[in-house]
Design a protein. Sequence first.
Length: 139
Amino acid sequence: MQYWLMKSEPDVWSIDQQKKAGAKGAPWDGVRNYQAAKNLRNMRKGDLCFFYHSNIGKEIVGIVEVIKEAFIDKTDKDGRFVAVQVKFKEKLKKSVTLIEVKKTKTLHHLSLIKQSRLSVMPIDSKSWKILYKMGNIYK
């Protein structure tokens, strides 16, 4: 299993809307950055992704699971970009803000800090555990 972080503007698609999509989930589409699209192609069924509210909030708010691997993004007229299907897993008890991530030295290597405009990025398992614990849902 791999771990990821996916960004969405909450006024476009929020964690609450993702939750309402239910077990069938929703496509994660509209990605037009080649590096982010490559990351979508590398996702596998069962991978977990942090759901990050960008622009408004700038915080990790929940977790989604990949339930369908890369397919042609229907919102791309040229058929070059892909989407994945994700379903809601859980909300964090406490959102993890970008400010908190930046203050945590062990997370300074993350693309969230180094490539702030990248909308889909991998998260290593050690960082996943740290962020998960920061969200106060560590089991």
